[in-house]
Design a protein around this ligand. Sequence first.
Ligand SMILES: Cc1cc2nc3c(=O)[nH]c(=O)nc-3n(C[C@H](O)[C@H](O)[C@H](O)COP(=O)(O)O)c2cc1C
Length: 243
Amino acid sequence: MLPFARGCDKVLALWGEPIMELDIDALGEDVGLFDAIRTCRHIRRLKPDPVPKALIRKVCEAGTFAPSGGNRQPWLFVAVMDPERRRFIAERYREAFMSYIEPARQAARAPDYPDAKRRNMNAAIYLAEHLHEAPVHLFVAGWKRRGEAQVQALYPAIQNVLLACRAVGLGASLTSVHRAFGEEIDEFLGLSEATPSCALLPIGWPKGRYGQPPRASVDEKLFFDRVEGVDLTARERRADAPR
Ligand SMILES: Cc1cc2nc3c(=O)[nH]c(=O)nc-3n(C[C@H](O)[C@H](O)[C@H](O)COP(=O)(O)O)c2cc1C
């Protein structure tokens, strides 16, 4: 039995092991911060096995330690676990995602389309096709301020949730295309016009492994005192190219 599987909170099947008990308080507490940061890639292939509510509470609690303007803490978390409700959400997500991804799908037919991008796209398509199977659809919503959605106040909390998922061994990803059906989905979730959702994090036990996501070196991104020796307009010129 794994060290964190003492003193039970909930019972579930994990990593193909027989039924085991999880010590949710201990789970993830020993994972190094930098290791978690470096290996917090998007996990979109998820097992349908249930996730204890106490574990969802734990990762959302990590979200609540994020900073926010004036420490207003505008976030609300809505974890949809009911299969019928997840199906309703997944149908709308799929429709929105498939039209969003179509240009990239066309572009990916080119033989020189980068492999890393193709893998990422295929994983995102897989998620769209299997979203109803993800045992938790975690929505992050937030109060508007002066009539404006405060998404900038929600993303630090979202990143904390993603890191906490990584630490406890849950797979998770950040999505937002449900906003194409935003009003309908928000109403379905019991959210008001004053508290729109901004992100949907499908969460579950991963089918694959964590690992370092493909990223450019920090040495290409970090400058001291002044940006020099790099053509910043090159990216702008590419902005209209299909990605
Ligand atoms: C603001 C934001 C919105 C995103 N929306 C979606 C989405 O709707 N669907 C999706 O599959 N991925 C979405 N992503 C994920 C990215 O497309 C990208 O796949 C991811 O950052 C790369 O994963 P990696 O960390 O494993 O490299 C979103 C990311 C961000 C930051």
